[in-house]
Ligand binder design. Structure first.
Ligand SMILES: [Zn+2]
Length: 274
């Protein structure tokens, strides 16, 4: 499927990035990642640009005294491999997440939609106008997708923004409920930048309502680690040979502790039932 990110960008970036448009418009197309394509992709394309103004950067709310050392129960081989595949593989083997576990969501006032999003464990949500996770409305850009999400993060591993859109035809295309699709897309925005295959909410064909234990544990580990934590060696040391091969292509030149660059992650689309 050949989709040009510029189309998306022209729809919503002006609102958020204002004067940055000329630079952003030069970005190469970003690969649209459907299910199977994600894990195979080495890294997102179109991954750098000039950033937002510095004063737009999310404040660091993390407790400096925190050790960011996950409990032994969380730090299992399976959990590391999971977050490597669905998260760190997009960023040279380092983790990407919101700096704070309290995340702003804008554009959603419907109480039942808010309630669905609040079912996510580990993090909390504030529904206001602050643009972290942003519901940007309905679109027909991807006719076969119920909805899609595009995470963007800073080169220090801190999530900066995540845009969610729903298909204009969501009610007539086998997408289950809007609540579940939104809940699923918010999962992508929390850092689950891929799909599972376990019968749960994060499977690519939308959506079972169950947040599986694998996803819960992965999310808990992701948010127990500091953003930008290098986990490739942990995942590799314990991974199968298949993962060794896949991770060879992963670049490791994107990390920058000062977080100057804005990195555009993949547009992750969620399919309707066939
Ligand atoms: Zn999805």
């Amino acid at each position: 499927m050949d989709i040009n990110i510029k189309h998306i960008g022209s729809n919503y970036l002006p609102t958020f990035f204002g004067s940055e448009i000329p630079a952003l418009s030069r970005l190469l197309p970003i690969a649209v990642v459907f299910t199977f394509a994600l894990f195979a992709s080495a890294c997102s394309d179109g991954d750098s640009s000039v950033g937002l103004a510095k004063n737009e950067m999310a404040p660091t709310l993390m407790n400096k005294k925190s050790s960011h050392k996950p409990s032994r129960k969380l730090a299992t081989a399976g959990n590391y491999q999971f977050i490597y595949k669905i998260n760190a593989a997009q960023f040279g083997g380092r983790t990407v997440r919101w700096a704070s576990k309290s995340i702003n969501v804008s554009g959603i006032t419907n109480p039942s939609w808010q309630a669905a999003i609040r079912k996510w464990p580990v993090v909390r949500f504030k529904f206001d106008s602050s643009k972290e996770i942003v519901f940007a409305g309905y679109s027909d850009e991807y006719p076969k997708a119920c909805g899609w999400a595009q995470p963007m993060w800073r080169s220090n591993g801190k999530m900066a923004r995540c845009i969610i859109k729903l298909n204009t035809a969501i009610d007539s295309m086998g997408c289950h409920s809007t609540e579940l699709v939104l809940q699923h897309e918010v999962g992508h925005c929390l850092g689950i930048m891929g799909h599972t295959n376990d019968g749960g909410l994060m499977d690519p064909v939308c959506c079972s309502s169950k947040i599986t234990s694998r996803v819960r544990r992965g999310l808990a580990l992701l948010y127990a680690l500091k953003p930008g934590t290098k986990i490739r060696s942990k995942a590799r040391a314990r991974a199968s040979s298949a993962m060794h091969n896949k991770s060879k292509a992963v670049r490791d030149d994107l990390f920058d502790p000062s977080g100057e660059r804005l990195i555009h992650g993949p547009v992750i689309a969620t399919q309707a039932r066939q």
